[in-house]
Write a protein that binds this ligand. Sequence first.
Ligand code: KIV
Length: 253
Amino acid sequence: MNSKKVTAEEIKAMKARHEKIAALTAYDFPMTRLLDEVGVPLILVGDSLGMVVLGYTDTTLVTMAEMEHHVRAAARAKPLALLAADLPYRSYETVPEALKNARRLVAAGAEAVKAEGGVVIQQQVRAIVDAGIPFLGHLGMLPQNVREEGGYRVKGKVEAERQKLLEDAQALVAAGAFGIVLELVTPTVAAELTQAISVPTIGIGSGTDCDGQILVTPDLLGTFPWFTPKFVKPKLNAAEQMRTVIEGWKRSI
Ligand code: KIV
């Protein structure tokens, strides 16, 4: 359990200490508070909220206003964990937009922001970091590109993808990112990236050799049973347990 506020610098220092970084998503007050009570050092208000909370088909429909609403709820838990939030789809296409929207998330209570991409958003990342806002990168399968890519596909299987991932990771580090989420990257390339860069890699579906791991909390707990990514083994079947309790209560009245 943490006893002092976690900062982006502390997350970076965990890599140097070879301490695994556990990260999970939260979209509201109670889950943020629970994760914080357990001592999870990095909590993300992810735009996965589009699917697991708002019922959208993918993350591209999530708006800034929706992100702000959920960041405010999560921030009310005043976690010791570092509270990061996703910049939603098309909210960071230019440097002024990226800066304005990162500031909006910070005003809602986020302490760091995350966005998807590498070299293409390097200027935006630099501007965000220069404004004093810690930035978390996201490479590999980029859920905000799911429509263009036609699905969720593992990255790094071919040399061109491996090279691109390395270039993108280096661009993010050069721009000042304090860590990089690697989503659906082949375990070999994820391990190589982890060795190659100075900031922590936080894997999701990218093998065990990243500096940390992140999951969408409903996938871990089984509260969104209608879709579970292949790489997740839920540790609880909460939806089934809830159904049983609700049925029992319904019969009892
Ligand atoms: O939106 C999200 O929850 C994420 C995680 C999958 C890393 O980006």
